[in-house]
Ligand binder design. Sequence first.
Ligand SMILES: [Zn+2]
Ligand SMILES: [Zn+2]
Length: 805
Amino acid sequence: MRLGHLLSFALISTWFLAAAAAPNELDRSGPAITLQSVVYQVGDQWHCPLCRQPVENRDRFGMDLKLCLSEWHDVFIEETYFKDKIRYISDEELVASLSIPVIEPALQQALQAADGKRISVLLHDYFLTRPDNRRLSTYDTYNRKYFITIDEFLQEVRADSHRTNAIIRSAQTFYTPERGFTLFGVHWGNRIDFNHTYRTASKWGVHYLSFLDDQINYFLLTRDPQTARAFELVFNQWYDQLDSVQQEPVIHYQKSYDFIWYELGLANRTQKFIDAARVFGGHLSPETHKRLLKIILGSSRWLEQCLEKTPFHPYNWQTHTAFTLSYAAAAFPEFAESDGWLALGKKYMILHLENDIRDDGGYVERTPGYASYMFSVFYRYMMMREYFLNDPSMRQTYLPRLEKFIEYFVLTQTPVGVNAPFNDAARGKDLVTLFKEMSVFFRRGDFLGGVRNELSSETLASLPVAVREPGITSIDFPDSRFVVMRDSWQPTSYYLMLNYGEWQNHTHYDQLDFEIYANGIPIALDAGIGRFGYVDTLHVSWYKHPLAHNMVTINQAVPEKRDRPGYDKVWAPLTNVEFFAATHDGYLKYQKARHRRHVVFAKKRYWLIIDQIHTERKNQEMDFNLHTPCSMTAVEDGFISLEETGFLIKQDHQDAPFVEKIKDKGIADLRGLEAEPSHRDIDWLIFRRKLQGDPAVDRMATLIYPFASKASAAVETVTVERQALQDRAAIAYTVTARDRQDLIIVSDGAYRRFTGSVAGDFTYGWFSYRDGRLDAAAFTDVSRCKVKGMRSLSFKTKREYEFKK
Ligand SMILES: [Zn+2]
Ligand SMILES: [Zn+2]
């Protein structure tokens, strides 16, 4: 099967919800994958995906999108308020919105004389000479100590040629006096057309005006007056073109919103304008400076309306809105509305801090990308309250919550220094810098234990904390619904992270899927996100699709995610072996199938994954999907990597006649991985079988056996094979590798006799034999058992137990 073929089918299944499959055709019905979070229907009523309140599902075509405050609720800004108080702020309105007693009489006089120029000069002079704490919201991307002073920032950057060069490169890519402006690869000369549609960025992205950050940084570094002039030019061009930016359809977007006047764009851009006004102010003409004040005032009012009229929604947009509105108020207390903005911002920020950060430290949107972005917003907000308003109370109350937030990132980080990019997130090493700064801030040397190889010995020696390994290796996050298995904090550690969560904003359509790393290389990868993010043509059809994930699919259909988390969880992290299991009902509604996945981790050796399907339907297809950057070749019962360091994947030897093995390819995000491009097609292995509608046979057992060196692993001897048990209520497999044979039994907790040498009332039993003699065993939920080779067990209550000779 070719990728193109599968993708076209994936697209078809996305757009058409087949009500019922024709005979002999696979039932691929299921939910439609969408880019955005969209309203959902129960009976006749539509609901908001985030707050779940009933909403209308109105077609917004023809509406003035500038007035539309929410993606899901039909709440709008009143038209005249938008015109007079937001978009076209007159001098009179600006003066009335400011409370500056020292120049108030002069301003009134200039107003009466209709002397706009005089008003500009008065305001310019005032803002240039009044005190400013020189702490900015945004610096370069490496800055993780938010709201440090400009001087501290410069000191840091000047000591780091990599950062200095990155700023210079970025600033000069956007503008040089000789060449003029260049944006997203398009050379504009002296005038940018802000209505242009770029191939690599959405129009919303364009209007964040992200280039401003490094223009500001470059100016701080060089004090080159040409940079200030370039800002003045580009800002006025943008301002003058505001009304001529055309609405147009954007790939994957079902419901549009205005490119300029929408929540996230305003929250992002306004924060930059506040920085720009404070840094460039003295170098701008009084007229431009007044325009900046007007756009900051109008934008803040738009954001204020948004918080006033939209319900609380646990996600990033509203959090950034609460922050930016607060920053406008703190940086410009002269605005008469600033006290109200501060109070509203605080109310929402507290709601987000308490709800969006889970008690286990994970973030509500279940992606490392949005989590680290929101960390920066929360942290900024606390420090801003302290530095601008002399109010340390938010920091004092919520800092422990942020510490837990970082702890979550640390404990989920892969052994090779990248994050595992579940859901809408890119892979990369960005978190390493964050861990470094936060280890100093929180005095937590354990934040760096897992990434110490990513930092130079000079950097490590310069830190005021002693680097040590985290006290925990494997951990379950019951609120965020991720689990991590690892055997050490070495870069070569075996590592698996598995997702068992339900739908949230920015989640993909994956169920019980995982990433695996071992011996310093990636073994099983999530596709991550495309090169062009949400405007990548494959974003919906591939990156969000179940087939791009290391999971079991039924008929290659899309499973449900909303309200379909993993349940009946087992989590037993023992010393030598770990057990995890969960069931999900993502395929229950359409394919009438239930999937239970058991993961057995024999530390430093292998994973055995047992997938059981409970369905009465016959002839549905069960696929075990695995994506790997290793180059795989078929062997008996499975595949092996061609690389010397790699892995073997095999299924139950007795299933081989019923299982079709397929090798395909699919694109994946490989950013941050050694010797890999940002994206490429990687191997996609599929084990496929027809379901019989009989739980006794509808299962697969897959062994994932990594090796540091193929030659020394004696891989030709490795097999997994089911065992016939005396008691058919349980299932068992043996994993044979070199001189060892492990028996794994999955039972129901009733006392049963499984083989001639094993009986007991455990749920999971693992028995490891060397040359035929038992030398290790592990149990979950055991109170009684009799096993040849160890003494009988008898406990008053059920417990976990490990035996080691
Ligand atoms: Zn809502
Ligand atoms: Zn994904």
